[in-house]
Design a protein around this ligand. Structure first.
Ligand code: ADP
Length: 205
């Protein structure tokens, strides 16, 4: 379980707006996050990941406190053991598909399983600039899963995928989320794409 009760003043061009989120995420649940552009969806994920600091409140898991403004607790990202799929993929230009995954995990069976589920077997030795946008996006998803995170944060993870690829991949990913016991939060502009797998929803803004 991840319990969140946080506030952050957003620096918007058109004045100031306060992002407030109070929510408990059940272990193993898949939550779709929706809301208008600029509402703070990405900022919220980054606060969970420890990349942006909330102004006030708490973020707690069953066993540990990640953030507590009054007690001045703020665990760094690497201690939160989170998988994060960024909108800009954050891939390394000089590493092949296989090398990306081997950098994240030494479990060769797991690496092979991920490559296959991402449909990247024949591209294992390719570097990002020799992959299509959709393939790069799939690699970013696999990379986030490689560390078997307990919390997986995905920011528009399927935006570059065509419809057919998307529904097949989503089904496979659901099995992986369950296998590793990840609690998953997915920001999506097209929430219908998650109808078959999401178990909860959060609207921001
Ligand atoms: P969304 O993902 O819902 O489109 P964002 O989270 O990207 O929205 O951005 C929401 C607002 O938060 C923007 O106006 C942006 O300028 C502001 N913002 C982004 N990062 C920070 C930050 N570190 N501190 C305060 N405000 C921020």
């Amino acid at each position: 379980m991840i319990a969140v009760d946080i506030e952050k003043k957003l620096k918007a061009y058109n004045g100031q707006q306060v992002l407030q989120v109070k929510k408990a995420f059940i272990p193993g649940s898949i939550t779709r996050i929706t809301g208008p552009s600029g509402a703070g969806k990405t900022t919220f994920l980054k606060m969970l990941a420890g990349l942006i600091t909330p102004d006030s409140g708490i973020i707690k898991t069953r066993n540990s406190t990640w953030f507590d403004a009054t007690q001045k607790i703020n665990l760094p990202p690497q201690q939160r053991h989170i998988g994060f799929v960024f909108q800009d993929y954050a891939l390394f230009p000089n590493m092949t598909v296989k090398q990306h995954l081997e950098y994240a995990t030494t479990d060769a069976n797991w690496t092979n399983r991920l490559v296959t589920i991402g449909g990247l077997d024949t591209f294992a030795d390719h570097k990002p600039n020799h992959l299509s946008g959709g393939q790069q996006q799939r690699l970013a998803i696999l990379l986030a899963l490689a560390i078997k995170p307990k919390l997986l944060l995905m920011d528009e993870p399927f935006s570059a995928l065509d419809l057919k690829m998307k529904s097949a991949l989503i089904k496979d990913l659901q099995m992986l989320f369950t296998a590793i016991g990840a609690t998953t939060l997915i920001v999506s502009h097209n929430p219908q794409e998650l109808d078959s797998i999401s178990t909860d929803a959060l609207e921001i803004g």
